[in-house]
Design a protein around this ligand. Structure first.
Ligand code: SF4
Length: 273
């Protein structure tokens, strides 16, 4: 994902993305990571996760790779218009497995890397059809099989990385305890000092899934993305304007951020300095 401006209402995949409104209570004896997520709960709306169609969710996350939601959402809509008409009761897996690559690439051209993404989508659709039959059986697999088995299966698909697999587990499978790590999550929790400054994406995910209560991980993921856009951006974290500018100031170590001088570096660059 890029640092481009993205629509704030995109949190949780948007109102039509499945799941339902929810609230959660701050728990006692919280870790600092859990306190951060509770504080984000005071800032942003909360909902439960799950309910998206697993294959569509997979396609959506592939389209969003290396681009912003602003660019990938119209590509997703165009793809669904052409290949996913519910009125015709078309199985999206079949439609995409049989798609002509040049036509699919042209349909999703707004998402960038459209030749590569169209080839991946067709390859994955063929694989899902061969192994699961169609959309409904793939949905059942993602929702019902052990999360680790689903994750491994998804990761074995060409073009599916850890973030994509975790988003499918969260948004389609409704699995608790899954905290996908995108570029915002990766930056924020190392700045906060909750994950080591030189941790890789997997290490940040492991810290968060250990420290944040399972039922709060999904909200934590989407709320952190929104917080990263609104407050803790890559180049201009809000705290450069003073403590009162950031609602997480008292919970943050500001690793790599020097409000006094205005210097901002990746937390990894502070290691050994
Ligand atoms: S205090 Fe600064 S570095 Fe920490 S979360 Fe807030 S904006 Fe980000």
């Amino acid at each position: 994902m890029s640092e481009d401006a993205e629509p704030v209402e995109n949190i949780s995949g948007g109102p039509g993305s499945g799941g339902s409104m929810d609230t959660f209570e701050p728990s006692e004896n919280e870790t600092r990571a859990a306190k951060v997520v509770d504080r984000l709960g005071e800032l942003y709306w909360q909902k439960t996760y799950g309910g998206q169609d697993a294959f569509e969710c997979l396609v959506r996350t592939i389209l969003s790779q290396n681009t912003s939601d602003v660019a990938s959402q119209p590509a997703h809509d165009a793809l669904m218009d052409r290949y996913g008409s519910e009125e015709d009761e078309v199985d999206l897996v079949d439609a995409l497995a049989d798609a002509e690559q040049a036509e699919l690439a042209e349909t999703i051209s707004g998402a960038g890397l459209h030749n590569q993404k169209s080839a991946r989508i067709i390859e994955i659709a063929e694989r899902v059809r061969e192994e699961y039959g169609g959309e409904d059986d793939f949905d059942a697999f993602v929702r019902e099989e052990p999360a680790e088995a689903v994750r491994e299966t998804l990761l074995a698909m060409n073009g599916v990385g850890p973030k994509t697999a975790d988003c499918v587990l969260l948004f389609a499978g409704g699995r608790d305890g899954v905290f996908p790590v995108d570029t915002h999550v990766y930056r924020i929790y190392r700045r906060l000092g909750i994950a080591p400054p030189d941790a890789d994406h997997e290490a940040v995910r492991e810290v968060l899934e250990e420290k944040v209560p399972k039922g709060k991980c999904g909200f934590g993921h989407t709320a952190s993305i929104q917080f990263g856009r609104e407050y803790c951006s890559a180049r201009k974290p809000a705290c450069l304007d003073g403590p009162e500018a950031c609602p997480l100031y008292d919970l943050c170590d500001r690793v790599g951020v020097e409000p006094a001088s205005g210097d901002v570096v990746d937390p990894a660059e502070t290691v050994g300095s």
